[in-house]
Structure formats: C-alpha cells, structure tokens
Design a protein around this ligand. Structure first.
Ligand code: SF4
Ligand code: SF4
Length: 504
C-alpha cells in the first residue's frame, strides 16, 4: 500500500503527463484527474471494496465507431422488429418467432419445435457457444465489444446521455457543478428517456411469448395478463439499471466471460493492442519538433478519454478491456493530426508483438488447430441439426402403462392392462389413426369411449387416449408387446414397446 503523499505525487505526475501533451490540434482529455484517481486506485489499492469511479466516455470518430453504430442499429432493429413479423403456417399462430409456453412450442419461421425436440435448441446453444469460442480465438472479445446486449444497450444509453448533457468535458463539468434548474432538467430528461428505452426493451421481450398485436391491444386497454406486466417491469428495471446505471461494472464484476475468455486466446489471436515498441518512449510533442529517439505516443490520453471501461490500453492487456476498438479510432485521429502513421493502437497478435522486437513481421495465421477444431465442430453440428430437422417424423407416440392397478383379472380369467397413449400430430392438418397391439397372441385392444380403435388428432396437436388391452394371463407374469398408431391415409406408423403384466 502507498501512503497518501505518495499517491498524491503519482496523481500529480499523471496530471503533468496530460498537461505535457500540448501538440496543437490535439486536445488533452479534460477530467484527467478522474481517470487518474481510477488508475491509481486500480493499480495500487487492493481493498476488498472499491468505490466506483464514474466514467465519462468521449465520443469517438472512425471506422470502428461507425461499425459499432451499424451493429447497434442492426441488433436493436432485429430485437424490436422480430415479434411483429408474421408467418403463414396454415394452422397455429402466425407469429414468425414465438415461444408459446402454454402449448410448450417454439416457432421460428418455418421451424416448429416441440418439447420432445428440445435437443434442437440445445444444439443451437452449443453451436452459439462454439461460435463464440471461434470468434474469440480469432479476434478477441468481439462479442463483448460489438454485439453483447450489455454493450449495445450501454452504448445506446451513453449516446442518449451525450445527446442531453454533451460530450465528455461537458458531462464532467455538469457532474461537478452544484444543482440548479438547468442541471436538474438535463438529468431528469436523460433518466426519462432511459426509462422509455427500458420500458420498450421490456415490452419487446414479452412480445416474443404471446401474439404481439393481441398483447399490445391488451396492454393498451389494461387487460394484459399480470405475468406480462410483471415481466415488463422486471426487464425495464434490469435494462435501466444494467445499461444506464451500472454500465461497465456489469462487465467487470458480474459477467464471468472476461475471466474465461483468456483461455481462448493464443499467440495468433488478433487483439486490440498498444504497439509499445512504436509508441515508447512516450512524450509530449510540439509542432516542428523532431521525432528522433522517441515514440509516437504524445501522451494526449485520447485513447483513455473514449474508453467506455475507463482504462488505459497502454498499460497492456487488461481484464476490463472489452476490445471495442474505440481507442484505435481515437488514436488514429490523433496520429492523422500530428502526421504520424495510423494504428499505434490496432489489432495485433502476440506473435507479431514478439517478432517486432527483432524487426520481423509474419502474416496472421487464421488457419490454426483450435480454429479448425471449432470450425469443424460447428459445421458437423449444424449439418447434424439440419438433417435432424428435415428428417424428423410428423408423428410421435409415447406410452405410459398404468401402475395402479398393475392389472385387473376379468371374470373369464383373462387379464386386462391399462395404457395412456400420447399421439403427436406435427402436420398442419387433422389426421386419423388406427391403434393396434402386436406381439401377444390373443390380445384385444379397446380405446376407452370408442367402438373402433380409431381416433382423430387435430392439426399441430397432441391427443391423449386411454387404451385397454386384455388377453390370457402371461407366463411368468410378464409379456412384451408393441402398440402402434398408423395414419389411415398415408400409412405412416409410430410404435413403442411396452409390457403386459399379470399374476406371477
Ligand atoms: S496511444 Fe495515442 S491516443 Fe493514447 S495517449 Fe498515446 S497518442 Fe494519445
Ligand atoms: S482499452 Fe480500447 S478496446 Fe479496450 S475497452 Fe477501452 S477503448 Fe475499448
């Protein structure tokens, strides 16, 4: 631990570092004292609980910022618009993407997944996880930096904050100034807009679970189910608090991914990196001064000012870094102004950082064992799932044999067992089925309430029927038999083996 005097000296040194960067056209990041306190705390204090240092990310301009705007627009667009897409299935709901919990079905455009096919969703989750591993090993935390919902919504909330309160310097000034009418109105406006976004986010989520136009009508007329209202409330709260208030703390303290994603990196992973060999020794630079015997970093701290995590990329790889690449944009802007080559901060591999010491550079190796293994696994699983999806049967049968009583002895000495059949018709049209038992001589099958063992099942539906099979008492008290249902029109059959029990 360092004493207060020593910490003050370091703060002064950091403030001096910022003040030194006086290259014309490059603005020193105001509010550097805030980042300094954060940096000193992070590096030097090891207390169990740390007070949060508020971060005021500056607006970045450049390729990666544009890319992030584009990804934000696409992902938010998909999220908000998807529940309103319609899909004509003939029978059943016409919502393209719907998680129909009461009927235990998931609709995704032309795909309809029943509870018995949950393995298809499991497959999608496994493929998503493998894809995350693949992209992390190739490009670092691209998921975190560009498309994680936490990143996207935080970025949106910061954009609103910037729109209302101004860019970094204005926001720092606003936070420091005493409360007055102007400050109050800006803060209230910002939080109200955040709340509207949060309500829309929570509202969009529940539309995935119920027909969206119907639910919207119910919400407007205050007739929506309590569960929908409760979930809108929960998601409004989580969106507002995680995206607006907690922001980077979610990534640093709540998310487990930063702690495990390091295992996916290798020496060929492209990571956002400060090219220390080129940047050091860093020093302030005045127009017209020589660039001999010094690095390209002019200590302007623009890379720190734009960082949504409040870190300094020049300190090396850090758990907090989400690889959003905004520091690349900020530094490239500086390099353009001072006439130095771009990409002092850029996507770089550990291998090339090492090689740079000996002046050698190698092309990035994209095809390497772990990338190939992840790719092969993703392709194999995807093929398997497509095969399973397109070859799955439109008819399923499950049988539950009565256990109480196990059997009934009839007056003529024969024995009767009871079974409950669940017949699933996955076709979008009603079907008729004949029910048969086989494998046991002298057996007789009766469907409860019907004269003939034939039943109809509605389109996209499950029907349960009670069936009784009677026959001679089996030797040894047990006899194997098979029950089958056959479509009377197309002849498709589903069967399941079961047992016929009697006295031992
Ligand atoms: S790395 Fe670039 S943006 Fe960061 S302080 Fe150095 S010159 Fe400025
Ligand atoms: S250091 Fe750079 S890449 Fe990492 S979070 Fe900050 S701005 Fe993004």
């Amino acid at each position: 631990m360092h004493g207060p005097d020593e910490k003050l000296t370091r703060l002064e040194a950091l403030a001096q570092e910022a003040a030194d960067a006086v290259t014309p056209g490059v603005q020193v990041a105001e509010g550097v004292e805030r980042a300094d306190v954060d940096a000193v705390n992070r590096r030097e204090e090891r207390s169990l609980y740390k007070k949060r240092a508020r971060i005021h990310p500056k607006r970045a301009y450049g390729t990666f910022r544009q890319l992030k705007w584009l990804i934000m627009a696409v992902t938010l667009g998909i999220y908000y618009v998807t529940p309103w897409l319609r899909w004509d299935r003939g029978a059943g709901p016409d919502q393209a993407v719907l998680l129909d919990l009461p009927h235990r079905k998931f609709y995704f455009f032309f795909v309809e997944i029943w509870p018995q096919e949950i393995y298809l969703l499991t497959g999608v989750l496994i493929i998503s996880a493998l894809a995350l591993f693949l992209f992390t090993s190739l490009f670092g935390r691209v998921w975190c930096g560009y498309s994680c919902p936490q990143t996207v919504w935080t970025d949106l909330f910061i954009a609103v904050e910037r729109f209302i309160e101004g860019d970094r310097n204005a926001r720092i000034r606003l936070d420091k100034m005493p409360w007055n009418a102007s400050k109050l109105s800006k803060k209230v406006t910002k939080h109200l807009i955040w709340l509207v976004i949060a309500v829309l986010t929570g509202g969009a989520w529940v539309f995935y679970f119920r027909d969206a136009p119907t639910l919207l009508g119910e919400l407007v007329t205050l007739q929506a189910p309590m569960a929908a209202v409760a979930f809108i409330g929960i998601f409004t709260f989580t969106t507002y608090s995680l995206g607006g208030l907690m922001r980077e703390q979610v990534c640093i303290y709540m998310c487990p991914w930063p702690r495990i994603q390091g295992a996916m990196f290798d020496e060929d992973s492209l990571l956002v990196t400060y090219r220390e060999r080129r940047g050091e020794p860093r020093a302030a630079h005045k127009k017209g001064e020589s660039w001999e015997n010094r690095g390209d970093c002019i200590r302007c701290r623009q890379c720190v000012a734009v960082c949504p995590m409040g870190i300094d990329i020049r300190d090396g790889p850090q758990l907090e870094c989400i690889h959003c690449a905004l520091c690349i944009d900020a530094c490239n802007e500086v390099m353009a102004k001072i006439g130095r080559p771009p990409n002092l901060i850029g996507y770089e591999t550990f291998r090339n950082l090492e090689a740079a010491n000996s002046g050698r550079y190698a092309p990035v190796r994209f095809f390497r064992p772990r990338v190939i293994v992840y790719s092969v696994l993703i392709a194999a699983l995807a093929l398997l799932m497509v095969y399973a999806l397109f070859t799955r049967d439109t008819l399923s049968l499950s049988i539950l044999r009565d256990r109480n009583p196990l059997y009934v002895t009839l007056s003529d000495g024969s024995v009767r067992n009871g079974y409950t059949l669940k017949i699933i018709n996955r076709k979008h049209e009603p079907r008729f089925f004949r029910i048969d038992a086989s494998g046991m001589a002298g057996s007789k099958l009766v469907v409860m309430g019907l004269r003939e063992p034939e039943i109809d099942v509605s389109a996209d539906d499950i029907r349960s029927v009670k069936v009784f099979i009677s026959g001679p008492s089996p030797a040894g008290g047990k006899q194997a038999l098979t029950i089958a249902v056959t479509d009377t029109q197309d002849g498709r059959t589903a069967s399941e083996a079961t047992t016929f029990r009697g006295p031992e």
